[in-house]
Write a protein that binds this ligand. Structure first.
Ligand SMILES: [Zn+2]
Length: 481
């Protein structure tokens, strides 16, 4: 493929998402961008010299935008499958301290390979050390890396900010052209109100995107409102923060963050399962997008974000898989299906959410939430050619009536057989160009055995392993010093 000789992808169905679906459609790709979308015969007539790739019984759609993940936690898949959120995060603290930097990089490579194979083309990944960015880009993903920040000791705020700035500059210098870097103060129970304010001011000044885990669990609500519960006691003890005062604020986590002025359109509020209608109004007033992670929130017993209210009031919503430590697989079809079923079941109303809206949230909605909708999220001429093809020749699709329904009610990540990012195929029929996925899986298995061995020997403890707290951090280390 060259810039002046486009490639045309033809398929039984093309879903531009920005407009109605096309039966017997095609997408013409020139270089890294989309040149045309529409009826296959018309597109072919417009580009007579183009190479035509006939994908046959397939649905071609924009690649998924996964608005929240932790690729470096892929090695933790399946180890904490039945824990309630508070216990899950307490145990995760131990596991996190037990991987070496090399193992984290391996973990991220595994997660990135799974992502492109499941049709994800843009990722907003969260990471303390920036480890996940290079593996994500190498696998073919584009997106944003949010560097995590922790810190509740306000006497060390200048140090934390200086360290954050250093990490940010390093990550930005190392970022491939397809990635930008933002900041993610971890959550209201691990970041003080002053640090939140400081980071918000710093980010606005430097034009840096922000995100945070917000109103994720009941434990967080109890902590912010009453200064009590698991995060005020067990969690602080675990991190050596027990000497620090816990202040009850008497408000919801979203009101709490609003009063410190952290919300704006470039702040991504992840989870929001505890959001009340008042909270939804706050998010709308601030133009703050949210990330819905239905499977993670359900699996960890956290609850369900008030999606119908968010959509009714016009809040921008993206969809996220969260990490494999939480939701096991990075399958956006599974997220869409779970989202639709949860909301229909809890509202006892089948009209509350339809398949087309689910596909929109998983693609263009996510791009809007990340402020990337001018470039990705839909198939439109001029946008980057990030597209996937879903095989609908298997029996679980026969026959297709409506392609949105087919995707949301019937598809799973294994049905994706082609992933194109910026006009370049990064996954085709089980093959990742330049990536030995079998070797990756074998290495991951070995790393997992080492992790289990450390766990058996009781080496999985905060600060007890050489890798120490470098992953979650400087700030935690400082707090315990
Ligand atoms: Zn997260």
């Amino acid at each position: 493929m060259t810039d002046n000789q486009p490639t045309i992808y033809r398929a039984d169905w093309v879903l531009p998402v920005a407009g109605p679906f096309v039966a017997g459609g095609a997408v013409a790709v020139a270089g890294e961008r989309i040149a045309a979308v529409g009826d296959a015969a018309e597109v072919a007539a417009a580009y007579p010299g183009a190479q035509v790739v006939d994908l046959g019984r397939a649905i071609v759609m924009p690649g998924f935008v996964n608005c929240h993940s932790h690729l470096e936690y892929t090695l933790f898949r399946g180890i904490l499958d039945d824990a309630q959120f508070g216990d899950w995060i307490l145990q995760l603290v131990d596991f996190k301290a037990s991987l070496t930097p090399e193992e984290y990089a391996l973990s991220a490579r595994l997660g990135a390979a799974e992502s492109v194979a499941s049709g994800i083309t843009t990722v907003a990944d969260t990471c303390y050390g920036g480890t996940s960015m290079a593996p994500a880009a190498e696998a073919g993903l584009r997106g944003r890396l949010y560097l995590e920040v922790f810190g509740i000791d306000d006497t060390r705020i200048d140090e934390t900010l200086a360290a954050t700035e250093r990490r940010l500059d390093e990550a930005r210098a190392a970022a491939p052209p397809t990635f930008d870097v933002g900041l993610m103060p971890h959550a209201p129970y691990t970041v003080s109100s002053r640090l939140f304010q400081t980071l918000a001011a710093f980010s606005r000044e430097r034009g840096i995107s922000m995100a945070s885990h917000v109103a994720e669990s009941k434990d967080e609500l109890t902590y912010v409102r009453s200064g009590s519960g698991k995060f005020a006691h067990d969690f602080r003890e675990k991190l050596g923060w027990e000497r620090m005062l816990v202040q009850p604020y008497g408000v919801s986590p979203i009101k709490y963050l609003q009063q410190w002025g952290v919300f704006d359109a470039d702040f991504l509020a992840v989870h929001c399962t505890q959001a009340t209608l008042d909270d939804v109004h706050i998010l709308r007033a601030k133009g703050t997008p949210i990330v819905h992670c239905p499977k993670s929130n359900a699996k960890l017993g956290c609850g369900i974000a008030p999606l119908p209210d968010l959509l009714r009031l016009g809040v921008t919503v993206g969809l996220g898989t969260d990490s494999p430590a939480a939701s096991n697989i990075m399958d956006m079809f599974d997220e869409m299906r779970t989202m639709l079923l949860l909301h229909r079941a809890t509202e006892r109303d089948a009209s509350v959410l339809d398949a087309e809206t689910c596909v929109r949230l998983a693609t263009l909605g996510g791009a809007e939430a990340l402020g990337m909708a001018a470039e990705v999220g839909s198939l439109e001429p001029g946008k980057l050619a990030d597209l996937i093809a879903v095989d609908i020749s298997s029996s679980h699709f026969a026959p297709v009536e409506n392609p949105y329904s087919a995707l949301v009610f019937g598809a799973n990540q294994d049905d994706v057989f082609l992933t194109v990012v910026g006009g370049r195929p990064v996954y085709r029929d089980g093959e990742h160009p330049g990536l030995d996925v079998e070797l990756l899986r074998a290495e991951a298995l070995v790393a997992r055995l080492r992790l289990q061995e450390r766990s058996r020997q009781g080496l999985v403890r905060v600060g007890s392993v050489e890798s120490g707290w470098w992953q979650t951090g400087g700030a935690l280390e400082e707090a315990t010093a």
